[in-house]
Design a protein around this ligand. Structure first.
Ligand code: OGA
Ligand code: NI
Length: 200
């Protein structure tokens, strides 16, 4: 089986078994490194925005709730690495729709930077007045991450908590309306590309 399909199935099969899909090497090392370089240059040129909560009609900037900064990816940027990322996502969505009949018709992704001391309190990813977000998907861009660095993604299942380290190239995948989760305080800059697969 082609390598990408093996990785896609790893993510989907672990999602089906555990409600949280994890694939350790979803992003290739070069792609992860190129996206990280993009994020660093967005930071250096002051293009990151403090992230809000809520939807477009009412964005609230509450640093006590989440303290990351973000930048939306877009094919219109004509950035080769963003386009490589979108090509990968197009293949994943095609595979997911074909094997699981998910009917995904779109997506949105942003870079996220959690500076040292940042976090994102417990939340769901679906907006109350808009259910277009079906699946949450996060890809991490952090080399040399160790347990003392914090910044774990904590998934709150009904009967247990699961902490996931944001290690380089890893992807996490879950149903947006289903799992409450948070980002624990990070002791080091923590980088990712985060987004949602959508319907409608
Ligand atoms: C989010 C989120 C988790 C992570 O952006 O909604 O929960 O691990 N991110 O970055
Ligand atoms: Ni979230």
């Amino acid at each position: 089986m082609p390598y990408l399909q093996t990785i896609f199935n790893e993510l989907i099969d672990s999602y089906i078994d555990n409600k949280v899909g994890i694939a350790k090497d979803f992003l290739s090392a070069p792609l992860a490194s190129n996206l990280k370089a993009n994020l660093m240059s967005l930071l250096a040129t002051n293009q990151l925005l403090s992230a809000g909560t809520g939807n477009d009609t009412k964005v609230v900037h509450d640093q006590l709730y989440r303290s990351d900064s973000i930048y939306w990816l877009d094919r219109k940027h004509n950035d080769p690495h963003e386009n490589d990322f979108f090509d990968l996502m197009d293949q994943f969505v095609e595979h997911l729709n074909r094997t699981c009949y998910t009917g995904i018709t779109g997506y949105e992704f942003h870079y996220a930077l959690y500076q040292s001391g940042s976090f994102y309190k417990k939340h769901f990813d679906q907006f109350r007045n808009n259910s277009s977000r079906q699946y949450s998907m996060i890809m991490y861009l952090n080399t040399n991450w160790t347990s003392g660095d914090g910044g774990e993604l904590r998934i709150h299942n009904t009967d247990h908590e699961q902490d996931i380290a944001p290690t380089n190239g890893k992807s996490v995948f879950f149903k947006s309306s289903e799992l409450e989760h948070e980002v624990l305080l990070t002791n080091k800059p923590r980088m990712s590309v985060t987004g949602w697969l959508k319907v409608g």
